[in-house]
Structures are given as structure tokens and as C-alpha cells.
Design a protein around this ligand. Structure first.
Ligand SMILES: CC(C)(COP(=O)(O)OP(=O)(O)OC[C@H]1O[C@@H](n2cnc3c(N)ncnc32)[C@H](O)[C@@H]1OP(=O)(O)O)[C@@H](O)C(=O)NCCC(=O)NCCS
Length: 172
């Protein structure tokens, strides 16, 4: 299966609207209904390629529609910055080796085009697919962030992972 990352197009906005309005489609990150028009406004502003936040579509060769998206946003610490990344695939595309490949490609992209040393990813204690996917993409578990998010009616812990520029690249 050939996976690649590409910029967002207008045709992808429908996928973002679905993630904003279909309960649970986005997975454990569902936190209630969101403004379905926000995606079009953001796309009109910068095509989802801003300086502090960006998004690319995960495309699978032979499929007209995207499998999902990856994104990144900046965190500033003192004089430096690092990226926190995220990913969401549509249910039909999960468990087929796309998630770890897409996150590996996103790291390659960010390490190539930006001077950051650190890329961070957070996930849920019960999100085994994302934990394994991150480890396959070269990330290491750093620890537990206690009560970091309010989700599904209660405060919940998060797990934080990182990959450094100097860490070994995963075997493709
Ligand atoms: C999390 C997600 C990105 C993982 O991507 P994926 O394409 O489904 O996972 P992959 O096929 O790359 O699998 C990576 C590893 O996880 C394992 N895995 C995949 N789904 C699994 C599941 N449901 N349970 C246990 N292991 C699973 C795979 O077997 C593989 O490990 P292996 O090589 O040892 O066999 C994807 O499932 C998704 O988009 N889920 C919904 C949104 C989400 O949870 N995003 C992350 C929020 S923090």
C-alpha cells in the first residue's frame, strides 16, 4: 500500500465537517459537536499551512478520497519551539499499516523543513493502536500526564511520547 501526505484541498473539507459533527467518528478525541464551517474558514485563511499549525491529508494510492489527516502545532519553550503532532484516520482505513507510516512521513517532513529537535505526541491510555503506531514511527514513551484532559464526562490521564531528530529512524 502506497501512502503519501499532500496538502488539503477544498474537496477534503467535507471530511473535516464529518469529524466535527459525527459523534465518535474521530475516535477517542470526540469532545462534542464543533462548528462545521470552521474548516472552510481556516482553509480560506492559509490552506491549513500556517506558521504555528499545519495539516496534511493522508492519501492512499488508488483511492480518490483521503484516508484521514495528520497535523502539527507549535509549542514554545524559552527561545525554542517543538511540534506536537496528531492524526485521525477514517474507520475503514484503520489497522492497515497507514497510521505509523503517515506519522513517520510527517516526522520526516517536519525534520526536513523545520529546525526543531523534538516532536511530541500525546495519546490516551486505552489507545493501543496509537501507542503501537507511535512506537513503530520511532517515538518513545516519556510518561503520564495526570488529569490532562476532560473527555467523556471525566478528567483523564494522557500518555506523552517524543521523537528526537537524533533518534534512530524507524525501519520502513
Ligand atoms: C490511532 C491510528 C492513527 C493508528 O493508525 P492505524 O493505521 O490504525 O494503525 P497501524 O495499522 O499503523 O498499526 C500500528 C500498530 O498498531 C497495531 N494496531 C492497530 N490497530 C490496533 C488495535 N485496534 N488494537 C491493538 N493494536 C492495534 C497494529 O497491529 C500495528 O502493530 P504491529 O505492527 O505490531 O502489528 C488510527 O487507528 C486512528 O486514526 N484512530 C482514530 C483516531 C485516533 O485515535 N487518533 C490518535 C489520537 S491520540
Amino acid at each position: 500500500m502506497v501512502v503519501r501526505l499532500r496538502p488539503v484541498t477544498e474537496a477534503d473539507l467535507d471530511l473535516f465537517r464529518r469529524f466535527a459533527t459525527e459523534p465518535g467518528l474521530i475516535g477517542l478525541d470526540w469532545t462534542g459537536f464543533r462548528d462545521a464551517q470552521a474548516a472552510a474558514r481556516r482553509f480560506a485563511t492559509d490552506g491549513y499551512l500556517g506558521k504555528e499549525h499545519g495539516r496534511l491529508m493522508v492519501a492512499v494510492e488508488g483511492s480518490e478520497t483521503a484516508a484521514g489527516f495528520v497535523d502539527w502545532h507549535e509549542t514554545v519553550v524559552g527561545v525554542a519551539t517543538y511540534w506536537e503532532i496528531g492524526i485521525a484516520l477514517l474507520p475503514d482505513w484503520r489497522g492497515r499499516g497507514i497510521g505509523w507510516r503517515a506519522q513517520t512521513m510527517l516526522c520526516d517532513y517536519l525534520f526536513t523543513h523545520t529546525p526543531v529537535e523534538r516532536i511530541e505526541a500525546r495519546t490516551h491510555p486505552e489507545n493501543i493502536a496509537e501507542q503501537k503506531s507511535l512506537e513503530k514511527a520511532g517515538f518513545r514513551l516519556e510518561g503520564v500526564l495526570r488529569a490532562i484532559e476532560f473527555r467523556a464526562g471525566q478528567w483523564r490521564d494522557g500518555w506523552v511520547y517524543s521523537r528526537l531528530r537524533s533518534d534512530p529512524a524507524p525501519l520502513a
